[in-house]
Design a binder for this molecule. Structure first.
Ligand code: G6P
Length: 476
């Protein structure tokens, strides 16, 4: 039986299956997985995750109980859950990514959405079933008094469900997203809002990436549940149980990132990129193609910068890497199309025979992203709202002279803000002006700021982040 368990929707690896049935394994994407997978593996933590694709489902079926590591794959201890595809689709796409993600990132086009009707009731039922499947698997795998760390908005109900099964366990929940203020959170049907909050309060410890998100969660508990909130002591008491609220910022393991970033595949991407852009200055952005990342406004700001500063024509290139994400959702497909359209307009307006003002790439290529970080003069991170944003931390680790233009709505702004050029993500002119300021920043100032960004970015690597939460649970 296991003494430490992690549960998340996406696991550290995923599988693709070829026509002849052969399985290929690759690392999972997104901030949560990149942060947790190495530490979890080193510490022998059992990871429970969902099968996300046909490839994953084929892998699960190779072994009884879905213990992928027992099928000879080098994953670290891992159990993948084969949730029925229709249930998974409703829980992941309709509830987690279209509802809870939209609420906590304030993404709704309010005059038109959301609409909660009978269809949503069915989707919500699937979300309950999916959370229940995790609770059941964790209850089966956990040793007596084990510590269980449940991750993110996909699994908001699991802590309370697991507690009902196994009151001996010490349970943490962690939100890698922002949290909405009560007036926005209460767009959710009352019962659903209550269930989400009470689900998380089933944990002994509820963690957030920034104080702002923790405060918003406590505000929701007070306003919507009438719970007793101790803001200074960071705890919420509801129906006789107290949940401690923790703020655990997450940073990057700088040494491990560097080791990866000097491998030959990265070096050869650097050579290729250098050939493409010559000695021009580089403004870099790297994101999932994600509504909350605000990629279109970033491109429009770059266009406004070019309009205002003809002296930079031919001397700067914007490298925008936006790799595919959540393409089962129409909003994401439409967003990707807007990104491509906007990029084309910039090309048409400013491109010349010998100058490409913008290189947009929408394929996932991790070594190429690392190459771009290393070459960046300016890194643009302008999300509408973001739990943390690890890109803002990775860039200054890999580039010795990169100036950071950072949205004030990213969780990372709490730590990096003093050394970055902070922008309002809706203010296109302000963002354009910040891009210019970042490009003309004197050399000594950019190096000084970058050193401070580097220190802040590496202060809380994933090892410490995980240890702090396990310690918090051990005290319970
Ligand atoms: C964010 C979420 C993670 C999620 C990641 C990628 O970082 O907090 O839970 O895994 O996005 O999204 P995806 O839907 O591809 O798992």
């Amino acid at each position: 039986m296991n003494s430490v368990l992690v549960a998340s929707n996406r696991g550290p690896v995923s599988f693709t299956v070829s026509d002849d049935g052969e399985l290929t394994m690759r690392r999972g994407g997104g901030g949560l997985v990149s942060a947790l997978s190495e530490v979890a593996r080193k510490d022998g933590v059992l990871w429970v995750c969902a099968a996300l694709s046909d490839g994953d489902r084929s892998a699960v079926r190779l072994v009884p109980g879905g213990r992928i590591d027992h099928a000879g794959y080098d994953t670290g201890p891992m159990r993948m859950l084969d949730i029925p595809p229709a249930t998974f689709h409703r829980a992941y796409n309709a509830v987690a990514n279209s509802t809870l993600w939209f609420v906590n990132h304030l993404l709704y086009d309010i005059p038109n959405a959301p609409n909660f009707g009978t269809r949503f009731e069915r989707e919500w039922e699937s979300y309950r079933d999916y959370n229940g499947a995790f609770a059941l698997a964790l209850a089966e795998e956990a040793g007596h008094g084990a510590r269980v760390m449940v991750q993110d908005y996909h699994l908001a109900l699991t802590p309370a469900m697991l507690r009902a099964e196994r009151p001996d366990l010490r349970i943490a929940h962690f939100s890698h997203t922002p949290w909405a203020p009560p007036e926005y959170f209460s767009l959710l049907p009352d019962e659903v809002a209550r269930e989400v909050l009470e689900g998380i309060l089933g944990a002994d410890h509820a963690g957030f990436l920034a104080d702002r998100w923790a405060q918003a969660f406590m505000d929701c508990c007070e306003a919507l549940l009438g719970a007793e909130v101790d803001r200074a002591g960071r705890s919420v008491t509801h129906e006789g149980r107290t949940t401690r609220i923790g703020v655990h910022s997450l940073g990057v393991d700088g040494d491990a990132l560097w080791e990866r970033a000097v491998e030959p595949d990265v070096e050869s991407h650097m050579t290729a990129l250098r050939e493409q852009v010559g000695d021009r200055r580089l403004i870099v952005r790297i994101d999932r193609t994600e509504l909350s990342k605000n990629i279109v406004r970033g491109l429009v700001a770059y266009r406004e910068f070019l309009a205002a500063h003809p002296e930079w024509h031919g001397k700067v290139v914007h490298l925008a890497f936006a790799y595919p994400s959540r393409h089962d959702l129409p909003e994401y497909r439409e967003y990707t199309a807007s990104v491509l359209r906007c990029a084309q307009e910039i090309e048409d307006e400013y491109g010349t025979e010998d100058w490409d003002p913008l290189i947009l790439n929408v394929n996932d290529d991790y070594p190429r992203s690392l190459a771009a970080y290393r070459m960046a003069d300016v890194l643009l991170v302008n999300p509408i709202r973001d739990g943390m944003n690890l890109v803002a931390k990775e860039g200054p680790i890999l580039s010795a002279r990169c100036a950071l233009v950072l949205s004030r709505e990213a969780g990372a702004a709490a730590e990096l803000g003093p050394h970055a050029l902070v922008v309002n993500p809706y203010d296109i002119s302000g963002t354009a002006a910040a891009l210019h300021a970042a490009l003309v920043m004197p050399e000594d100032e950019r190096r000084m700021r970058r050193d401070k960004l580097h220190a802040a970015a590496t202060a809380l690597p994933p090892q410490k982040w995980l240890a702090a939460q396990l310690d918090a649970l051990a005290e319970i």
